[in-house]
Design a protein around this ligand. Structure first.
Ligand SMILES: [Zn+2]
Length: 487
Protein backbone atom coordinates (compact mmCIF):
# COMPACT_ATOMS: atom_id res chain seq x y z
CA UNK A 1 0.00 0.00 0.00
CA UNK A 2 3.04 2.30 0.15
CA UNK A 3 3.60 4.88 -2.56
CA UNK A 4 7.31 5.60 -2.98
CA UNK A 5 7.91 8.90 -4.70
CA UNK A 6 10.64 9.22 -7.30
CA UNK A 7 12.40 12.56 -7.36
CA UNK A 8 14.07 14.21 -10.33
CA UNK A 9 17.41 12.83 -9.09
CA UNK A 10 16.03 9.30 -9.41
CA UNK A 11 15.97 8.69 -5.66
CA UNK A 12 12.93 6.84 -4.28
CA UNK A 13 11.52 8.24 -1.05
CA UNK A 14 9.38 6.48 1.48
CA UNK A 15 6.75 8.25 3.58
CA UNK A 16 6.76 7.64 7.33
CA UNK A 17 3.63 8.83 9.10
CA UNK A 18 2.29 8.72 12.65
CA UNK A 19 -1.05 10.15 13.74
CA UNK A 20 -2.06 11.84 16.97
CA UNK A 21 -5.82 11.86 17.25
CA UNK A 22 -7.73 13.84 19.87
CA UNK A 23 -11.15 12.42 20.56
CA UNK A 24 -13.79 14.06 22.74
CA UNK A 25 -15.39 11.60 25.14
CA UNK A 26 -19.18 11.44 25.27
CA UNK A 27 -19.83 12.75 28.79
CA UNK A 28 -22.44 15.22 30.02
CA UNK A 29 -19.95 17.06 32.21
CA UNK A 30 -16.33 18.13 31.96
CA UNK A 31 -13.35 16.07 33.08
CA UNK A 32 -12.53 17.88 36.35
CA UNK A 33 -15.73 19.84 37.18
CA UNK A 34 -19.52 19.60 36.85
CA UNK A 35 -19.89 22.04 33.92
CA UNK A 36 -21.86 20.81 30.92
CA UNK A 37 -20.09 19.80 27.70
CA UNK A 38 -23.02 20.73 25.44
CA UNK A 39 -22.04 22.07 22.01
CA UNK A 40 -23.26 25.37 20.56
CA UNK A 41 -24.03 27.27 23.81
CA UNK A 42 -23.53 31.04 24.23
CA UNK A 43 -19.83 31.82 24.93
CA UNK A 44 -18.52 31.14 28.47
CA UNK A 45 -21.84 29.81 29.79
CA UNK A 46 -20.42 26.39 30.64
CA UNK A 47 -17.72 27.57 33.04
CA UNK A 48 -16.90 27.53 36.77
CA UNK A 49 -13.91 28.36 39.01
CA UNK A 50 -12.29 24.98 38.23
CA UNK A 51 -12.30 25.20 34.43
CA UNK A 52 -11.58 28.94 34.57
CA UNK A 53 -8.47 28.13 36.61
CA UNK A 54 -9.36 30.48 39.47
CA UNK A 55 -7.09 30.33 42.54
CA UNK A 56 -8.03 27.72 45.11
CA UNK A 57 -10.34 25.72 42.84
CA UNK A 58 -9.57 21.99 42.89
CA UNK A 59 -10.13 19.43 40.11
CA UNK A 60 -12.04 16.20 40.77
CA UNK A 61 -11.84 13.43 38.16
CA UNK A 62 -15.05 12.51 36.30
CA UNK A 63 -15.43 8.72 36.75
CA UNK A 64 -17.55 8.36 33.64
CA UNK A 65 -14.81 9.99 31.53
CA UNK A 66 -12.34 7.45 32.94
CA UNK A 67 -14.71 4.57 32.13
CA UNK A 68 -15.06 5.75 28.51
CA UNK A 69 -11.30 6.26 28.16
CA UNK A 70 -10.73 2.71 29.45
CA UNK A 71 -13.31 1.37 26.99
CA UNK A 72 -11.70 3.28 24.10
CA UNK A 73 -8.29 1.84 25.06
CA UNK A 74 -9.67 -1.71 25.18
CA UNK A 75 -11.39 -1.23 21.80
CA UNK A 76 -7.93 -0.34 20.43
CA UNK A 77 -6.52 -3.53 22.01
CA UNK A 78 -4.30 -1.58 24.41
CA UNK A 79 -3.05 -2.65 27.84
CA UNK A 80 -4.83 -0.45 30.40
CA UNK A 81 -2.50 0.20 33.32
CA UNK A 82 -3.46 -0.18 36.98
CA UNK A 83 -2.07 3.24 37.68
CA UNK A 84 -1.46 6.31 35.56
CA UNK A 85 -0.52 9.86 36.46
CA UNK A 86 -2.03 13.22 35.56
CA UNK A 87 0.65 15.80 34.80
CA UNK A 88 0.71 19.51 34.12
CA UNK A 89 1.79 20.50 30.63
CA UNK A 90 2.93 24.10 31.01
CA UNK A 91 2.61 26.58 28.20
CA UNK A 92 1.14 30.01 27.75
CA UNK A 93 -1.70 30.46 25.34
CA UNK A 94 -4.76 32.75 25.52
CA UNK A 95 -7.25 29.86 25.43
CA UNK A 96 -5.57 28.09 28.37
CA UNK A 97 -6.72 29.87 31.55
CA UNK A 98 -4.55 27.97 34.07
CA UNK A 99 -1.34 28.42 32.09
CA UNK A 100 -1.08 24.65 31.94
CA UNK A 101 -3.11 21.78 30.56
CA UNK A 102 -3.81 18.69 32.68
CA UNK A 103 -2.66 15.74 30.60
CA UNK A 104 -0.71 12.53 31.08
CA UNK A 105 2.98 12.32 30.29
CA UNK A 106 5.33 9.47 31.21
CA UNK A 107 2.63 7.28 32.79
CA UNK A 108 -0.29 7.20 30.33
CA UNK A 109 -3.57 5.35 30.87
CA UNK A 110 -2.89 2.69 28.23
CA UNK A 111 -0.19 1.50 25.81
CA UNK A 112 0.56 -0.99 23.01
CA UNK A 113 -2.61 -1.43 20.99
CA UNK A 114 -3.37 -1.94 17.33
CA UNK A 115 -5.83 -1.08 14.57
CA UNK A 116 -6.47 -3.18 11.45
CA UNK A 117 -7.03 -0.76 8.57
CA UNK A 118 -7.59 -3.23 5.73
CA UNK A 119 -6.12 -6.15 3.84
CA UNK A 120 -2.76 -6.37 2.10
CA UNK A 121 -2.33 -7.84 -1.38
CA UNK A 122 -1.75 -11.31 0.10
CA UNK A 123 -4.97 -11.07 2.13
CA UNK A 124 -3.26 -10.61 5.50
CA UNK A 125 -4.44 -7.76 7.74
CA UNK A 126 -2.69 -4.38 7.50
CA UNK A 127 -2.01 -3.45 11.11
CA UNK A 128 -1.10 -0.01 12.50
CA UNK A 129 0.25 -0.17 16.06
CA UNK A 130 -1.10 2.20 18.70
CA UNK A 131 1.71 3.58 20.88
CA UNK A 132 -0.40 5.02 23.70
CA UNK A 133 -3.75 6.38 24.81
CA UNK A 134 -3.85 9.08 27.46
CA UNK A 135 -6.49 11.32 29.02
CA UNK A 136 -6.39 15.10 29.02
CA UNK A 137 -8.55 18.20 29.14
CA UNK A 138 -9.34 20.29 26.10
CA UNK A 139 -8.40 23.98 25.88
CA UNK A 140 -10.81 26.84 25.16
CA UNK A 141 -11.26 28.54 21.84
CA UNK A 142 -10.05 31.88 20.51
CA UNK A 143 -12.74 33.66 18.50
CA UNK A 144 -11.40 36.04 15.87
CA UNK A 145 -14.50 36.98 13.88
CA UNK A 146 -16.78 38.35 16.61
CA UNK A 147 -15.30 41.81 17.18
CA UNK A 148 -13.62 43.94 14.50
CA UNK A 149 -10.67 45.12 16.62
CA UNK A 150 -10.10 42.26 19.06
CA UNK A 151 -10.01 38.54 19.60
CA UNK A 152 -12.32 36.98 22.18
CA UNK A 153 -12.04 33.81 24.25
CA UNK A 154 -14.77 31.20 24.67
CA UNK A 155 -13.96 28.79 27.51
CA UNK A 156 -16.99 26.51 27.14
CA UNK A 157 -14.71 23.84 25.69
CA UNK A 158 -11.98 24.23 28.36
CA UNK A 159 -11.97 21.08 30.47
CA UNK A 160 -13.84 18.88 27.99
CA UNK A 161 -12.56 15.30 28.43
CA UNK A 162 -10.34 13.97 25.64
CA UNK A 163 -8.35 10.91 24.89
CA UNK A 164 -5.29 11.37 22.74
CA UNK A 165 -4.50 8.30 20.65
CA UNK A 166 -0.93 8.20 19.37
CA UNK A 167 0.01 5.72 16.66
CA UNK A 168 3.45 4.28 15.96
CA UNK A 169 5.01 5.67 12.75
CA UNK A 170 3.70 2.64 10.83
CA UNK A 171 1.71 4.46 8.14
CA UNK A 172 3.28 4.60 4.68
CA UNK A 173 0.97 6.59 2.41
CA UNK A 174 -1.61 9.38 2.39
CA UNK A 175 -4.33 6.80 1.65
CA UNK A 176 -3.25 4.72 4.66
CA UNK A 177 -3.31 7.80 6.90
CA UNK A 178 -6.91 8.49 5.89
CA UNK A 179 -7.83 4.80 6.21
CA UNK A 180 -6.38 4.68 9.74
CA UNK A 181 -8.28 7.83 10.79
CA UNK A 182 -11.48 6.46 9.25
CA UNK A 183 -11.16 3.12 11.01
CA UNK A 184 -10.31 4.82 14.30
CA UNK A 185 -13.44 6.93 14.09
CA UNK A 186 -15.47 3.83 13.27
CA UNK A 187 -14.11 1.95 16.31
CA UNK A 188 -14.76 4.89 18.66
CA UNK A 189 -18.29 5.24 17.30
CA UNK A 190 -18.99 1.50 17.64
CA UNK A 191 -17.63 1.52 21.20
CA UNK A 192 -19.98 4.43 21.94
CA UNK A 193 -17.27 6.47 23.66
CA UNK A 194 -17.59 9.51 21.38
CA UNK A 195 -19.85 10.90 18.69
CA UNK A 196 -16.56 11.24 16.76
CA UNK A 197 -18.03 14.15 14.81
CA UNK A 198 -15.23 15.80 12.84
CA UNK A 199 -17.25 18.89 11.84
CA UNK A 200 -17.95 19.75 15.49
CA UNK A 201 -14.34 19.06 16.44
CA UNK A 202 -14.97 15.90 18.49
CA UNK A 203 -12.23 14.21 16.46
CA UNK A 204 -9.12 16.18 15.52
CA UNK A 205 -6.12 14.76 13.75
CA UNK A 206 -2.47 15.81 13.84
CA UNK A 207 -0.17 14.12 11.32
CA UNK A 208 3.58 13.65 11.83
CA UNK A 209 5.41 13.24 8.53
CA UNK A 210 8.97 12.44 7.58
CA UNK A 211 10.57 10.85 4.55
CA UNK A 212 13.60 8.62 4.04
CA UNK A 213 15.32 6.96 1.07
CA UNK A 214 13.61 3.66 0.26
CA UNK A 215 15.55 0.79 1.79
CA UNK A 216 16.86 2.77 4.78
CA UNK A 217 15.48 2.49 8.30
CA UNK A 218 16.62 5.64 10.13
CA UNK A 219 13.83 8.16 10.64
CA UNK A 220 14.09 11.55 8.95
CA UNK A 221 13.26 14.87 10.60
CA UNK A 222 9.50 15.17 10.94
CA UNK A 223 7.04 17.98 10.58
CA UNK A 224 3.61 18.02 12.18
CA UNK A 225 0.45 19.17 10.42
CA UNK A 226 -2.07 20.15 13.08
CA UNK A 227 -5.84 20.01 13.40
CA UNK A 228 -6.96 18.30 10.23
CA UNK A 229 -10.71 17.94 10.35
CA UNK A 230 -11.68 15.74 7.42
CA UNK A 231 -10.38 12.53 5.86
CA UNK A 232 -9.86 14.21 2.51
CA UNK A 233 -7.90 17.03 4.20
CA UNK A 234 -5.62 14.40 5.78
CA UNK A 235 -4.97 12.82 2.41
CA UNK A 236 -4.35 16.07 0.55
CA UNK A 237 -2.19 17.61 3.29
CA UNK A 238 0.04 14.51 3.43
CA UNK A 239 0.50 14.48 -0.36
CA UNK A 240 1.47 18.15 -0.39
CA UNK A 241 3.87 17.89 2.56
CA UNK A 242 5.46 14.75 1.10
CA UNK A 243 6.13 16.50 -2.22
CA UNK A 244 7.52 19.53 -0.35
CA UNK A 245 9.92 17.42 1.74
CA UNK A 246 11.12 15.50 -1.32
CA UNK A 247 11.75 18.79 -3.14
CA UNK A 248 13.69 20.21 -0.15
CA UNK A 249 15.90 17.15 0.29
CA UNK A 250 16.62 16.54 -3.39
CA UNK A 251 17.67 20.16 -3.81
CA UNK A 252 20.22 19.73 -1.02
CA UNK A 253 18.23 21.44 1.74
CA UNK A 254 17.26 20.04 5.12
CA UNK A 255 13.88 19.61 6.79
CA UNK A 256 13.24 21.83 9.76
CA UNK A 257 11.25 20.28 12.58
CA UNK A 258 8.19 22.49 12.77
CA UNK A 259 4.45 22.68 13.11
CA UNK A 260 2.50 23.19 9.89
CA UNK A 261 -1.07 24.16 9.12
CA UNK A 262 -3.11 23.00 6.16
CA UNK A 263 -5.12 25.67 4.36
CA UNK A 264 -8.13 23.84 2.99
CA UNK A 265 -9.28 26.64 0.68
CA UNK A 266 -5.95 27.24 -1.03
CA UNK A 267 -4.82 23.61 -0.68
CA UNK A 268 -1.39 24.54 0.73
CA UNK A 269 0.61 23.53 3.81
CA UNK A 270 2.41 26.39 5.56
CA UNK A 271 4.45 26.72 8.76
CA UNK A 272 2.60 27.70 11.95
CA UNK A 273 4.42 29.37 14.83
CA UNK A 274 8.15 28.79 14.39
CA UNK A 275 10.26 26.65 16.74
CA UNK A 276 7.09 25.01 18.03
CA UNK A 277 8.84 21.64 18.11
CA UNK A 278 11.46 22.82 20.57
CA UNK A 279 8.88 23.56 23.29
CA UNK A 280 9.80 22.64 26.83
CA UNK A 281 6.51 21.94 28.55
CA UNK A 282 8.16 21.35 31.95
CA UNK A 283 5.80 18.47 32.73
CA UNK A 284 5.38 17.51 36.37
CA UNK A 285 2.76 15.43 38.21
CA UNK A 286 -0.30 17.48 39.11
CA UNK A 287 -0.21 17.84 42.91
CA UNK A 288 -3.99 18.38 43.03
CA UNK A 289 -4.83 14.97 41.54
CA UNK A 290 -4.08 11.53 43.00
CA UNK A 291 -2.76 8.75 40.74
CA UNK A 292 -5.53 7.41 38.50
CA UNK A 293 -6.25 3.81 39.50
CA UNK A 294 -8.16 1.34 37.31
CA UNK A 295 -9.09 -2.01 38.86
CA UNK A 296 -9.49 -5.29 36.98
CA UNK A 297 -13.22 -5.18 37.78
CA UNK A 298 -13.46 -1.76 36.12
CA UNK A 299 -11.55 -3.01 33.07
CA UNK A 300 -13.83 -6.05 32.87
CA UNK A 301 -16.95 -3.87 33.08
CA UNK A 302 -15.75 -1.88 30.06
CA UNK A 303 -14.72 -5.04 28.19
CA UNK A 304 -18.29 -6.29 28.75
CA UNK A 305 -19.69 -2.99 27.47
CA UNK A 306 -17.87 -3.32 24.15
CA UNK A 307 -20.02 -4.39 21.23
CA UNK A 308 -18.75 -6.50 18.35
CA UNK A 309 -16.14 -4.22 16.77
CA UNK A 310 -15.83 -3.45 13.03
CA UNK A 311 -13.05 -5.94 12.24
CA UNK A 312 -14.84 -8.87 13.92
CA UNK A 313 -18.08 -7.86 12.26
CA UNK A 314 -16.38 -7.67 8.86
CA UNK A 315 -15.15 -11.26 9.23
CA UNK A 316 -18.58 -12.49 10.33
CA UNK A 317 -20.45 -10.66 7.54
CA UNK A 318 -18.12 -12.17 4.92
CA UNK A 319 -18.62 -15.66 6.37
CA UNK A 320 -22.38 -15.54 7.08
CA UNK A 321 -23.74 -13.43 4.26
CA UNK A 322 -21.34 -14.02 1.36
CA UNK A 323 -21.45 -10.39 0.32
CA UNK A 324 -18.77 -8.63 -1.76
CA UNK A 325 -16.05 -6.90 0.28
CA UNK A 326 -17.02 -3.44 -1.02
CA UNK A 327 -20.64 -3.90 0.16
CA UNK A 328 -19.48 -5.10 3.57
CA UNK A 329 -17.25 -2.05 4.03
CA UNK A 330 -20.17 0.22 3.19
CA UNK A 331 -22.51 -1.59 5.58
CA UNK A 332 -19.93 -1.34 8.39
CA UNK A 333 -19.44 2.40 7.89
CA UNK A 334 -21.64 3.09 10.88
CA UNK A 335 -22.80 0.80 13.66
CA UNK A 336 -26.39 1.90 13.10
CA UNK A 337 -26.31 0.93 9.42
CA UNK A 338 -24.73 -2.46 10.18
CA UNK A 339 -27.28 -3.11 12.96
CA UNK A 340 -30.17 -2.24 10.65
CA UNK A 341 -28.77 -4.45 7.91
CA UNK A 342 -28.82 -7.44 10.27
CA UNK A 343 -32.43 -6.75 11.28
CA UNK A 344 -33.43 -6.42 7.62
CA UNK A 345 -31.77 -9.75 6.78
CA UNK A 346 -34.02 -11.38 9.40
CA UNK A 347 -37.13 -9.55 8.17
CA UNK A 348 -36.51 -10.30 4.49
CA UNK A 349 -34.72 -13.65 4.65
CA UNK A 350 -32.37 -12.44 1.89
CA UNK A 351 -28.97 -10.87 2.74
CA UNK A 352 -28.10 -9.96 -0.85
CA UNK A 353 -31.34 -8.08 -1.46
CA UNK A 354 -31.25 -6.53 2.04
CA UNK A 355 -27.78 -5.07 1.29
CA UNK A 356 -28.85 -3.80 -2.13
CA UNK A 357 -31.98 -2.13 -0.75
CA UNK A 358 -30.20 -0.49 2.18
CA UNK A 359 -27.18 0.73 0.22
CA UNK A 360 -29.34 1.73 -2.76
CA UNK A 361 -32.85 3.18 -2.36
CA UNK A 362 -32.81 3.60 1.44
CA UNK A 363 -29.51 5.51 1.68
CA UNK A 364 -30.40 7.56 -1.40
CA UNK A 365 -33.68 8.56 0.24
CA UNK A 366 -32.00 9.30 3.59
CA UNK A 367 -29.34 11.45 1.92
CA UNK A 368 -31.89 13.32 -0.18
CA UNK A 369 -34.15 14.07 2.79
CA UNK A 370 -31.40 14.85 5.31
CA UNK A 371 -33.18 12.59 7.81
CA UNK A 372 -31.37 10.26 10.17
CA UNK A 373 -31.21 6.65 9.03
CA UNK A 374 -33.36 5.43 11.94
CA UNK A 375 -35.94 8.13 11.19
CA UNK A 376 -36.65 6.75 7.71
CA UNK A 377 -40.43 6.35 7.41
CA UNK A 378 -40.38 2.81 5.98
CA UNK A 379 -39.93 0.42 8.91
CA UNK A 380 -37.58 -2.55 8.50
CA UNK A 381 -40.57 -4.89 8.92
CA UNK A 382 -42.36 -3.24 5.97
CA UNK A 383 -39.19 -3.16 3.87
CA UNK A 384 -38.55 -6.82 4.70
CA UNK A 385 -42.08 -7.71 3.54
CA UNK A 386 -41.54 -5.76 0.31
CA UNK A 387 -38.26 -7.59 -0.33
CA UNK A 388 -40.06 -10.91 0.19
CA UNK A 389 -42.65 -9.95 -2.46
CA UNK A 390 -39.86 -9.04 -4.87
CA UNK A 391 -37.83 -12.17 -4.13
CA UNK A 392 -40.89 -14.41 -4.66
CA UNK A 393 -41.58 -12.76 -8.03
CA UNK A 394 -44.94 -11.44 -6.80
CA UNK A 395 -43.90 -7.95 -7.88
CA UNK A 396 -41.31 -6.96 -10.46
CA UNK A 397 -38.14 -5.08 -9.44
CA UNK A 398 -39.51 -1.94 -11.05
CA UNK A 399 -42.83 -2.25 -9.24
CA UNK A 400 -40.99 -2.85 -5.94
CA UNK A 401 -39.18 0.50 -6.35
CA UNK A 402 -42.50 2.23 -7.03
CA UNK A 403 -44.08 0.62 -3.96
CA UNK A 404 -41.09 1.72 -1.83
CA UNK A 405 -41.70 5.35 -2.85
CA UNK A 406 -45.38 4.96 -1.89
CA UNK A 407 -44.47 3.34 1.45
CA UNK A 408 -42.46 6.45 2.30
CA UNK A 409 -45.77 8.37 2.14
CA UNK A 410 -48.07 5.81 3.70
CA UNK A 411 -47.60 3.07 6.29
CA UNK A 412 -49.40 0.07 4.79
CA UNK A 413 -48.76 -3.64 4.41
CA UNK A 414 -46.78 -4.01 1.13
CA UNK A 415 -48.92 -6.86 -0.27
CA UNK A 416 -52.11 -4.86 0.28
CA UNK A 417 -50.45 -1.86 -1.36
CA UNK A 418 -49.36 -3.98 -4.33
CA UNK A 419 -52.92 -5.27 -4.74
CA UNK A 420 -54.35 -1.79 -4.51
CA UNK A 421 -51.87 -0.47 -7.07
CA UNK A 422 -52.53 -3.45 -9.34
CA UNK A 423 -48.86 -4.44 -9.58
CA UNK A 424 -49.16 -7.85 -8.01
CA UNK A 425 -48.01 -10.23 -10.70
CA UNK A 426 -50.56 -12.90 -11.64
CA UNK A 427 -48.84 -16.28 -11.36
CA UNK A 428 -51.93 -18.42 -11.07
CA UNK A 429 -51.90 -20.94 -13.95
CA UNK A 430 -55.63 -20.83 -14.72
CA UNK A 431 -55.70 -17.04 -15.11
CA UNK A 432 -52.56 -17.10 -17.26
CA UNK A 433 -53.85 -19.97 -19.42
CA UNK A 434 -57.11 -18.07 -20.00
CA UNK A 435 -55.19 -15.03 -21.28
CA UNK A 436 -52.95 -17.23 -23.47
CA UNK A 437 -56.00 -18.97 -24.97
CA UNK A 438 -57.60 -15.65 -25.78
CA UNK A 439 -54.44 -14.32 -27.43
CA UNK A 440 -54.02 -17.49 -29.53
CA UNK A 441 -57.69 -17.37 -30.56
CA UNK A 442 -57.44 -13.72 -31.59
CA UNK A 443 -54.26 -14.33 -33.63
CA UNK A 444 -54.90 -17.66 -35.43
CA UNK A 445 -52.18 -17.24 -38.08
CA UNK A 446 -49.38 -16.55 -35.56
CA UNK A 447 -50.78 -19.27 -33.28
CA UNK A 448 -50.65 -21.85 -36.07
CA UNK A 449 -47.10 -20.91 -37.06
CA UNK A 450 -45.96 -20.97 -33.42
CA UNK A 451 -47.52 -24.37 -32.71
CA UNK A 452 -46.03 -25.52 -36.01
CA UNK A 453 -42.51 -24.85 -34.69
CA UNK A 454 -41.74 -21.15 -35.26
CA UNK A 455 -40.26 -20.54 -31.80
CA UNK A 456 -39.21 -16.99 -32.52
CA UNK A 457 -42.87 -15.94 -32.38
CA UNK A 458 -42.93 -16.70 -28.65
CA UNK A 459 -41.70 -13.18 -27.77
CA UNK A 460 -44.49 -11.58 -29.77
CA UNK A 461 -47.11 -13.76 -28.09
CA UNK A 462 -45.74 -13.07 -24.58
CA UNK A 463 -45.97 -9.38 -25.38
CA UNK A 464 -49.62 -9.77 -26.38
CA UNK A 465 -50.41 -11.69 -23.17
CA UNK A 466 -48.69 -8.99 -21.07
CA UNK A 467 -50.73 -6.36 -22.90
CA UNK A 468 -53.96 -8.27 -22.36
CA UNK A 469 -53.20 -8.65 -18.63
CA UNK A 470 -52.36 -4.93 -18.41
CA UNK A 471 -48.87 -5.89 -17.22
CA UNK A 472 -50.09 -8.08 -14.36
CA UNK A 473 -49.02 -11.44 -15.80
CA UNK A 474 -45.74 -12.87 -14.57
CA UNK A 475 -43.69 -12.89 -17.81
CA UNK A 476 -41.55 -15.82 -16.64
CA UNK A 477 -44.56 -18.08 -16.15
CA UNK A 478 -46.19 -16.93 -19.40
CA UNK A 479 -43.00 -17.93 -21.20
CA UNK A 480 -43.02 -21.36 -19.56
CA UNK A 481 -46.67 -21.99 -20.37
CA UNK A 482 -46.30 -20.88 -23.99
CA UNK A 483 -43.13 -22.94 -24.51
CA UNK A 484 -45.04 -26.03 -23.48
CA UNK A 485 -47.45 -25.48 -26.40
CA UNK A 486 -44.82 -25.06 -29.09
CA UNK A 487 -44.43 -27.95 -31.49
ZN1 LIG B 1 -16.25 24.06 35.12
Amino acid sequence: MSTPHTSAAGQDWELVIGLEVHCQLRTRSKIFCGCATSFGEAPNVNTCPVCLGLPGALPVINDHAVALAVRASLALECTVHDESIFARKNYFYPDLPKGYQISQFDRPLATSGQVVIGRQADGSPRVIRVHRVHMEEDAGKSVHDRFPQASAIDLNRAGTPLVEIVSEPDIRSAAEAAAYARRLRQILEYADVSDANMEEGSLRVDVNISIRPVGTSALGTKTEIKNLNSFSAIERAVEIEFARQVAVLTSGGHIEQQTMLYDDKRNVVRPARSKEGSHDYRYFPDPDLPPLRVTEAERQAQRDALPELPEARRTRFARDYGLPEVDIEQLLASRLLADRFEILVKESGDARRAANWLLGPVLASVNASGRALDAHPVSLARLGALIRLEAAGDVSNTAARQLFALLEQEDIEPRMLAEREGVLQVRDDSALVAWIDEVLAENPTEAARFVGGERKLQGVLVGLVMKKSKGAADPKKVNQLLAARAG
